[in-house]
Design a binder for this molecule. Structure first.
Ligand code: GAR
Length: 190
């Protein structure tokens, strides 16, 4: 049985897509817990529907105590997945889980990454620069936002008339199609 832990800050549609993928494919992968830094995040409702554990933590618990670190050590997951999680991982957790923490970014890194570049902020910047394409990047997490080694990228074409919502939808489509498969590959590579 492989164990994954997911972190999310908002809607959690990627979390739901990943959990359903493994439930439906009858793979021996269990989502031990979903952790969120937003008390009212929709991802917690999704956890209820999916019958998996969802836990909220605040800034103090994350950065000033070892509560989350200890929880992760107890679970000892095969992979820690950031799916729309907007806080920086503490150095201690990064050190505990070398090459086991991955993030999905809604653009083609190294473009449009860094602090403050998340969700629609990214899509806005892509549109303002009239980019002919955008995409997704799945990468390892290190101490700097969006700078860890790239694992996978996929592209989608844009047209001038694409709204921010349309760009976001194209990116989400790529995320839903690829993220679970890449996770599966990483979990069962050996
Ligand atoms: C996703 O598009 C993800 O790539 C992005 O947040 C969205 C979360 O959607 N992540 C970042 O911007 C991280 N910098 P979801 O909550 O519906 O899965």
């Amino acid at each position: 049985m492989k164990k994954i832990v997911l972190f999310a800050s908002g809607s959690g549609s990627n979390v739901e897509n990943i959990v359903r993928y493994f439930q439906e494919n009858k793979k021996s992968v269990i989502a031990s817990v979903v952790l969120t830094n937003k008390r009212d995040a929709k991802v917690l409702d999704r956890c209820n529907s999916l019958n998996i554990s969802g836990l909220y933590f605040n800034k103090n618990a994350f950065y000033k105590t070892d509560v989350i670190r200890n929880l992760l050590q107890d679970i000892n997951p095969d992979l820690i997945i950031l799916a729309g999680f907007l806080w920086k991982m503490p150095q201690t957790i990064i050190q505990d889980f070398p090459s086991k923490i991955i993030n999905i970014h809604p653009a083609l890194l190294p473009k449009y990454g860094g602090k403050g570049m998340y969700g629609n902020n990214v899509h806005n910047a892509v549109k303002e620069n009239n980019e002919p394409e955008t995409g997704i990047t799945i990468h390892y997490v290190n101490e700097n936002y969006d700078e860890g080694a790239i694992i996978f990228q996929a592209k989608t074409q844009l047209v001038d008339t694409d709204s921010i919502a349309q760009i976001a939808a194209k990116v989400h489509e790529l995320e839903y199609a690829h993220f679970p498969r890449i996770i599966e590959k990483m979990l069962f590579k050996e």
